[in-house]
Design a protein around this ligand. Structure first.
Ligand code: SAH
Length: 548
């Protein structure tokens, strides 16, 4: 929120007197300056002197420039102007950072701005943010992230396929090897088996990307389901904000001749290669919780794309960090996250270091600054600590739990992401551009934004409503599921193709190694209905969650 100056209450009786005094004498002081005038006793004293000294009536009333001073001398006006100037400077200091609003005092700002032909001047996200900030003041970090990622016309995910093998910015585990999706398909099969083969099930995937994970999951699940000879009807719900990615998912999951339809409510539908009904939905709110269906939920690299809010503890309590567009305030966001290779980026992409937007600490409370004080988790943190809170993650998690706790009390949710356990994310927000870390405040809408998922928060929140297992590292989980045997099998199958063997082996290492270049330290967390037996794969005991 902006600092607010309450002009009405800052008027004291002296100012009211001064205003009528100056008005009645055709002031040279612009009337707008009066707004910021606190009190000018010396000038008022002069007025008293003037009233009691009839000689001052002889002072010049029109100067050499033709300016009319009324009953005051030029010197008196100059003195008053000086005081007014000082007062304005003082106020400017008080509202440092609000220069956009000050610039526009007295003008009615319109959003979006229009040119003389009436068309809007919002051609990209930078225009949108600059104009919004000019109109309303700095915006919350979560609003900034939300627009950067999923704005319908300019958002990162809504305008491209970020996973494209040539032009994409990053690669994910399902895209590295089909073995990843196979292992998850096998795992879902074992949970289905443990739950005594419910016949109506729904696979729900949040943020399916190119659809590769769902494709590989269905393939291996179906293979095993056929082997046990149990009837099963699987519906598919894909929660996907991007129309471009929905098309990619349709291409991969459905035969070309099977139509991609749009229903009257605006959802997309089709039928998979395996005969499953697919429905694409915009948000978790659109999922219909049919009580007779067991829900099997997957969210891979979805939670890290949800908007966070950022707060800093100050002597006066928690304050929110807001996104500002101004060079006049302190930039409190480190230009690059600490784990990026700054030297490399400095050499190759100097221009990427200049951020157009930046985080600034709100001086006053904002509607959200109460959030950290509601949780005892943040109570003992020292002054100046900065934290990120993802309230949207909590909403998605609650929806998942609701889907598990339908009357059948069946199903599961598997959450896989990069994140932290037993610590609180501080300033993890980063930009990802052409396979490199960059500031999240450059090229809005062209840079992917990602945060560390707060796994402890997810397990704490779920503990009352369902059973949770993990989080455990991806490398361990895949080994527990038997990826090693699968690699052996595939290598043996390709004895005469060394190149292919190398590829299989390297993919396996990229999925399981725990270093900067591999994905083995991603975390797997599963949720099952209350009192569920531990599922396979989570054998490594997870550290106990700290009390709420
Ligand atoms: N799970 C995939 C893709 C990860 S990228 C994989 O691992 O390859 C993130 C995915 O989430 C994309 O499909 C993106 O379009 C989608 N997404 C991001 N934010 C979203 C939101 N708020 N609602 C729905 N989908 C979202």
């Amino acid at each position: 929120m902006k600092n607010k100056i309450n002009f009405t209450t800052s008027f004291d009786s002296n100012q009211v007197m001064l205003r009528s005094l100056i008005r009645s004498n055709r002031t040279l002081i612009p009337s707008s300056s009066l707004r910021s005038f606190h009190s000018v006793p010396s000038l008022l004293n002069k007025q008293k002197e003037f009233n009691s000294n009839p000689d001052s009536a002889n002072s010049p009333t029109i100067d050499e420039n033709g300016l009319y001073y009324g009953k005051f001398t030029k010197q008196e006006y100059e003195d008053a102007t000086k005081v007014v100037k000082q007062q304005i400077e003082k106020l400017e200091g008080d509202i440092k950072g609000d220069f956009n609003v000050r610039d526009n005092l007295g003008k009615v700002l319109q959003f979006p701005q229009r040119d003389i032909t009436g068309s809007t001047k919002v051609e990209n996200l930078t225009d949108l943010f600059v104009q919004t900030i000019q109109t309303t003041g700095p915006i919350t970090l979560s609003a900034y992230i939300r627009q950067c990622l999923t704005h319908p016309d300019f958002g990162y995910y809504t305008t491209r396929n970020p996973l494209d093998s040539r032009s994409g910015d990053f690669i994910t585990s399902p895209e590295i090897s089909f073995m990843f999706g196979e292992m998850i398909g096998i795992w879902l099969f074992t949970v289905w088996q443990q739950q005594n083969y419910p016949t109506s099930i729904k696979f729900i995937e949040f943020g399916p990307g190119r659809g590769t994970l769902m494709h590989d999951v269905l393939k291996s699940f179906n293979l095993f389901a056929t082997k046990v000879n149990k009837p099963v009807n699987i519906e598919i719900n894909l929660i996907e904000a991007s129309k471009i990615l929905r098309q990619e998912q349709w291409k991969l999951l459905c035969e070309e001749e099977v139509e991609f339809k749009t229903t009257e409510e605006g959802f997309n539908t089709s039928t998979s290669k395996w005969g499953n009904q697919i429905k694409w939905l915009d948000t978790e709110k659109d999922i219909i919780n049919d009580e007779n269906i067991a829900n099997y939920i997957i969210a891979h690299e979805f939670f890290d794309a949800l908007p966070v809010k950022s707060f800093q503890k100050t002597e006066h309590g928690w304050r929110e960090l807001m996104v500002e567009h101004s060079s006049s305030v302190n930039n409190t966001q480190p230009k690059l996250p600490s784990n990026s290779n700054e030297e490399e980026i400095n050499i190759e992409n100097k221009e990427l270091l200049d951020t157009e937007f930046h985080l600034t600490l709100s001086q006053k409370e904002t509607p959200s600054s109460i959030i950290p004080s509601l949780s005892s988790r943040y109570k003992d943190l020292p002054i100046d600590t900065r934290i990120e809170i993802c309230t949207e993650a909590e909403l998605y998690l609650m929806k998942m739990i609701q889907l598990l706790n339908n009357t059948k009390n069946l199903g599961t949710a598997l959450i896989i992401d990069y994140g932290v356990v037993n610590t609180i994310p501080e300033a993890s927000l980063r930009g990802i551009y052409k396979h490199k870390f960059v500031s999240p405040f450059i090229k809005p809408g062209e840079v992917d934004l990602s945060i560390d998922v707060d796994f402890t928060n997810l397990t704490n929140l779920s503990s009352k409503f369902c059973s949770s297992f993990g989080p455990i590292d991806q490398g361990d989980w895949l080994h527990n599921l038997g990826i090693g045997h699968r690699v052996d099998q595939l290598i043996k199958k390709n004895t005469h193709d060394e190149e292919k063997q190398d590829k299989i082996y390297n993919s396996y290492r990229r999925l399981t190694d725990k270093n900067d270049k591999s994905l083995g330290s991603y975390k797997f967390l599963s949720l099952l209905p209350l009192n569920a037996k531990p599922p396979i794969g989570f054998e490594t005991p997870a550290p106990p969650a700290p009390p709420l």
